[in-house]
Design a protein around this ligand. Structure first.
Ligand SMILES: Cc1cc2nc3c(=O)[nH]c(=O)nc-3n(C[C@H](O)[C@H](O)[C@H](O)COP(=O)(O)OP(=O)(O)OC[C@H]3O[C@@H](n4cnc5c(N)ncnc54)[C@H](O)[C@@H]3O)c2cc1C
Length: 312
């Protein structure tokens, strides 16, 4: 199995190194990483002991995923890759589809784990907004697999660095012009990296109670995340903090859910948490089936109590 991996984000690329090695350990073959016009990331990945190809494009356009797909495609063909591992973030999912189409290969996104059946990897992925399905790319030689961020540990620094070589690709002029790059605002946060999350649902009814939730988060050293309507309807947070199908998939050690009903579009983003503690008025809320602990009660009276307990 000849595997190549690519993500524009070094942290996610290093998770792909771990996943690629795990697949290689069982199926055999070779693992190589790509970086595209990014020398710093090439050094980062080489330090993880992986063989790195620095892809040099003649017409780089960082905003153009079609062009990126062309660069990775040319590289995959040149390196005779059987499997291309990508990160299943927004950019990675778009890249996966385009790349699979170019290679005439199979494509699986949102893959969380794999096992080997009959010498070939079988992947588990989220489907239909919440179910988990086990699938294999059977018909196609080439496989494009996009892995959910944080499903695999990041590879650490190796004792010896991997080799780095340059690989030129020729690209057609991009149809996308990057006019401006705007830094994310002050609410920029990476809830996927949080060890502890306090998640605000619509059961928190006013800003005063929201402040109490934030106080609890501070006491726990947690990040605050939210359900979709809390960001999109109430506009209490940026969409960066949404957990779920339309938001982030998070694997914190602990998630404290405050007034969250637990619809499947939400739970798909939190069910891999180490422990889930939910507070809800309704003991029959869907979240009861996902939570490890359910505290049944009214947040209006429980929040002041929780603030007191956690700040003690
Ligand atoms: C295509 C699609 C994609 C979606 N993607 C997402 C997504 O990525 N993320 C997401 O979150 N949602 C998503 N949704 C929306 C999702 O279906 C739910 O509507 C949403 O998650 C509900 O948010 P909630 O739990 O905050 O609110 P509600 O469903 O209104 O639940 C509020 C909960 O709080 C409890 N409560 C009320 N008052 C109190 C109180 N005083 N004390 C204690 N508990 C109280 C209630 O019993 C209830 O269980 C999506 C929907 C669709 C159709």
């Amino acid at each position: 199995m000849n595997i190549i991996l690519y993500s524009e984000r070094p942290d996610l690329a290093s998770e792909l190194v771990t996943a690629g090695r795990a697949i290689m350990d069982i199926c055999g073959g070779a693992l190589q990483a790509l970086t595209i016009d990014d020398d710093e990331q090439a050094d980062f990945l080489a330090a993880r002991g992986v063989s790195v190809h620095r892809v040099r494009s003649d017409q780089p356009s960082p905003a153009d995923v079609a062009q990126l797909a062309s660069a990775v495609h040319q590289t995959a063909v040149a390196l005779e890759a059987d499997m291309i591992l990508l990160a299943s973030n927004r950019r990675g999912r778009e890249l996966a589809g385009r790349l699979a189409q170019k290679l005439g290969g199979g494509c699986l996104t949102d893959v969380g784990r794999f096992e080997v059946l009959d010498g070939r990897p079988a992947f588990s992925r989220n489907a239909l907004g919440g179910a988990v399905e086990d699938v294999r790319c059977m018909e196609t030689g080439k496989q494009v697999i996009a892995l959910t961020p944080h499903s695999f540990a990041a590879a650490g620094v190796a004792t010896g660095p991997g080799p780095v070589s340059d690989l030129p690709v020729r690209l057609s002029p991009s149809l996308v012009r990057l006019k401006e790059t705007i830094r994310k605002g002050a609410d920029a946060v990476d809830i996927e990296k949080a060890d502890i999350l306090v998640v605000v649902g619509q059961g928190i009814e006013n800003k005063e109670d929201l402040t109490k939730a934030a106080q609890i988060a501070r006491s726990l050293g947690a990040e605050v995340a939210c359900t979709k309507p809390v960001a999109t309807d109430r506009k209490w947070f940026s969409e960066e903090r949404i957990i779920g199908l339309s938001g982030k998939r998070c694997k914190p050690r602990l998630a404290l859910l405050l007034g969250v009903s637990g619809q499947v579009q939400f739970t798909v983003g939190i069910r891999d948490a180490g422990a889930i503690v939910a507070v809800n008025l309704d003991e029959k809320a869907n979240i009861a089936y996902v939570a490890d602990y359910l505290l049944v009660g009214d947040l209006k009276t429980l929040l002041p109590e929780l603030v007191k307990r956690f700040s003690a």
